[in-house]
Each structure stands twice: as C-alpha cells, then as structure tokens.
Design a binder for this molecule. Sequence first.
Ligand SMILES: NC(=O)c1ccc[n+]([C@@H]2O[C@H](COP(=O)([O-])OP(=O)(O)OC[C@H]3O[C@@H](n4cnc5c(N)ncnc54)[C@H](O)[C@@H]3O)[C@@H](O)[C@H]2O)c1
Length: 326
Amino acid sequence: MPKPKVLATRPLFPEARQILNADCEVEYWQEPERIPREELLRRVRDKEALVCLLTERVDDELLASAPKLRIAANVAVGYDNIDVAACTKRGVAATNTPGVLDETTADFAWTLLMAVARRLGEGEALARSGNWKGWDLDQLVGTDVWGKTLGIVGFGRIGRAMARRASGFQMKVIYTDAVRAPEETERELQAEFRDMDALLSESDFISLHVPLLPETRGLFNAAKFSRMKRSAFLINTARGAVVDESALVRALEAGEIAGAALDVFEKEPEIHPGLKRKNVVLAPHIASASIETRTKMACMAAENVTALLAGRRPANLLNPEVLKTA
Ligand SMILES: NC(=O)c1ccc[n+]([C@@H]2O[C@H](COP(=O)([O-])OP(=O)(O)OC[C@H]3O[C@@H](n4cnc5c(N)ncnc54)[C@H](O)[C@@H]3O)[C@@H](O)[C@H]2O)c1
C-alpha cells in the first residue's frame, strides 16, 4: 500500500522526521526562507497531512486547494494561524502542541522581565561598545524585581508556570483570567485573583499569557496603559496582536508606563519603529526556542499526524467533531 503523503513546511528535527518517515512519504520544505504562499498551496494539493508552523495560514483558501487533506498539525500551542471552524467544515483535523513548552516559555518571559527591569540591553551594549569608563554609583540603575507585584493576564499552563517562578523572588502574585483557577491552585501558587482593573493598578510587572482570540485582540490598549502604574513594565510572550502596538508606543513616549519587553509583534517580522527604544527589550519570537522544547513540539506534531493517519485519535485534537462525522 502506498504511504500517505505529508507536507512539512520545515525540515523539523531528526527525532520528528523519524516518526513521520516511518509511516509516511514526507516532502520537507528545505529552503532557508519560509515557504511562499503559492508554493504552499501548490505542494499541499496532493497531501493527506500538513505539518505547519505559526507562520503558515491554514484557512479556507488553503483547505480548498487541498482536497485530500485530513490533518493540519501546528508546531505551536497557539493556533490563531489556523481557522479551526473552516477545518471542521471540511472534516480536517487540527492539532497543536500544548504542555511541552510551558516551562521554557515561562523561563523566557522571566528572562525578558529581568532584562527590562535591570536594563540588560543597555548594559550589554555599553559593555561591548568600548566606551565603558568603569563602575559608577548611579550607572544604569534599574528597578528591583524581588519583592514586587507580578500581574499575570491569562492563568493557564504558561501563566501558572510564570507564577511558580515568582516565589524565589518573594513577589506577590496576582492574576486575572476569564475563568478563575481552583482554590487549591491559587493556594499552591500563592496567587490571588483580581479583576482586570485591580490588576492594572496594583502590578509592577504585567505578563501576558492569553491566546489570541477575537476577545483578546488589542486587549492591551490605550485605556489599559493609562490605568497601569507609571513605574510598571509590560511583558508579552503571548501574541503580538494582544497588544495595540501603536497605543503601546504612545504610552511609552508619554511615560505612562516604565517600559516593555516583547517577544511577539503585531505584524511579524516587522517591528513598530517606535518600539526600538532604550526602555524596551525586543526578542524575535523565541520564547519556546530551546532545542529540547522545540524538538518535543515537532515530535508531538508528528505523532498527531501519524495517529490520525493510522485511524487513532490525535492526542492534541482541537476539533474532535471531525472524528464523529468520519
Ligand atoms: N512567544 C512564544 O513563543 C509562545 C510560546 C508558547 C505560547 N505562546 C502563547 O501563549 C498562549 C498561552 O498558552 P498556554 O499554553 O498557557 O494556554 P492556556 O490555554 O493553557 O492558557 C490560556 C489562558 O488564557 C485564558 N483566557 C482566554 N481568553 C481570555 C480572556 N478573554 N480574558 C482573560 N483570560 C482569557 C484562559 O482561560 C486560559 O486560562 C498561547 O495561546 C500562545 O499564543 C507564545
């Protein structure tokens, strides 16, 4: 029997290729640049499975040009690049990679938080510049992290991993979420629930961990920034569009907040020029980028594909309805 055909929009990692290659005939996009849209539409035409990244849009147009497609497996936990309803309508399974990147992503959100509070970007630039004249009392003085209040917006897997790390810094942790966490979780993580307004006015650091949904698009806008402390910092490792970038730039320019540290942007890879300021730390969407975690994510996506093609339920199915109608 011929093996099912799969398109992977990246060469993935050897461990993930091994999983896929055992059962499938896989075409890997190998070029250094991301796969152009027309090429993606052309190559997916005869495929039963697609392993894609968050840089590929899986929408009605793509689904219409892939009549044999049975699964779109995203190598990411966030799946705002996938129109899940359109997949469901066409009986295509959609999967993501939750859970395996929580700790790595939270580690990086902390990296950003500490970098912006302690002015690491400016310090690094000075140390490399050849212009450093030596220790001075008021040189690059930043803001303490320890003992401050951390406000977490979106208290899911990554938000909670963020909270777990705060106890070592003797911080007070408050959070807001569409769904309040069980009492036991609040107690274990020593995290207190707040409504958004209270979180905005009490937090010294606000870290975003909500998915990008119609309700969270532009969630952090001018009105939110105006309610934050002038000494507070915003950390975003969720999705760029959760923040209204132009409003953030205006808030930074007006000194309404003290700074920001961002891993994600509204129109990646473009970065709003107004964000290239000293009190903003910028990273190119690398919060989950450790070799261990990215390998796990790729393997998870590969396993979702092989499960579905073998007639089993993929572990991370986003639209279980497709199996009921099959
Ligand atoms: N920068 C990166 O590389 C990177 C890495 C991993 C995840 N992410 C992003 O982080 C997001 C969160 O991941 P997760 O695994 O923790 O997801 P999760 O589903 O475990 O948690 C999300 C939380 O947000 C809450 N939420 C949803 N809508 C809300 C709203 N309107 N208001 C308040 N709370 C709301 C949910 O109730 C949930 O508790 C992902 O969707 C992804 O976009 C980014």
